[in-house]
Design a binder for this molecule. Structure first.
Ligand code: ADP
Ligand code: ADP
Length: 227
């Protein structure tokens, strides 16, 4: 569990170029589900990647708990990210996909088995543990991708448009599942989407970005039902 402090953060990709993220300031509470929403190119992904430590921060600071992200080694960052394209290892079984990150961190085998079993049960993918990703449907693959994040029991979940490759019906189902999981695990989450309905359903608070700047920030009611 962790709070996140995004403090006056800017991102400039090209020297002298426009700010992809422009002086963004967000204080996220422990256990809060924040959705970053806004049109393509508004800086959602860049901001998320900076929180993940995958992108250099041009100005400002981002802290998770009491640690400044860019001062922490990638392997020690207590975050897990779920991507749009699943990023599963194609040659590994579902079990090994789930276990991989834990093995890398030297988690004992019995604990790995227990955590994989728990995550698989939560996501209802127990039956597929011996399969390779190519033998799964899109929805099942996305569950595996989420399982990989869950087994790590991270302080923070980061989601980058995780449902955009799924069909409309499955998106609605998975949206509900993600919300349920987050409530149950009480993990702080930042979720990027360009889908307003998804944003409204999932968010405790929404951050509407436009041209790299915060246009609005508030609960779904405050942001979308303003008279
Ligand atoms: P979003 O996720 O909201 O679609 P991005 O964060 O991907 O927006 O992009 C924000 C801005 O930064 C856009 O103008 C985009 O073209 C630019 N940008 C993103 N990634 C790079 C990069 N690697 N190099 C240069 N410019 C980039
Ligand atoms: P984890 O989040 O489980 O610790 P890693 O940090 O080891 O994952 O890997 C990060 C990303 O690198 C993965 O999501 C994957 O896209 C890619 N990757 C690393 N190793 C492999 C591999 N052997 N096969 C395919 N993709 C890989």
């Amino acid at each position: 569990m962790a709070s996140i402090d995004i403090n006056e953060v800017c991102k400039i990709y090209d020297q002298g170029g426009a700010k992809a993220v422009d002086t963004v300031d967000i204080q996220i509470e422990d256990g809060e589900f924040i959705v970053l929403v806004g049109p393509s190119g508004c800086g959602k992904s860049t901001l998320l990647r900076m929180v993940a430590g995958l992108e250099e921060i041009s100005q400002g600071t981002i802290s998770i708990g009491d640690r400044v992200v860019n001062e922490v080694e990638p392997a020690d960052r207590d975050i897990a990210m779920v991507f749009q394209n699943y990023a599963l290892y194609p040659h590994m079984t579902v079990y090994d996909n789930l276990a991989y990150g834990l093995k890398n961190r030297g988690t004992p085998k019995t604990e790995i088995a227990a955590r994989v079993a728990e995550a698989a049960k939560m996501l209802e993918i127990e039956k597929y543990l011996d399969r390779k990703p190519r033998a799964l449907s899109g929805g099942q693959r996305q569950r595996v991708a989420m399982g990989r994040a869950i087994v790590r029991k991270p302080a923070v979940f980061l989601f980058d448009e995780p449902l955009s490759n799924l069909d409309a019906k499955l998106r609605v189902t998975m949206r509900g599942e993600i919300r349920k999981l987050q409530k149950r695990l009480k993990t702080t989450a930042i979720y990027v989407t360009h889908d307003q309905l998804e944003a409204m359903t999932l968010a405790d608070r929404l951050v509407v970005l436009n041209g790299g700047r915060i246009e609005q920030i508030g609960t779904p009611l405050e942001v979308y039902n303003r008279p």
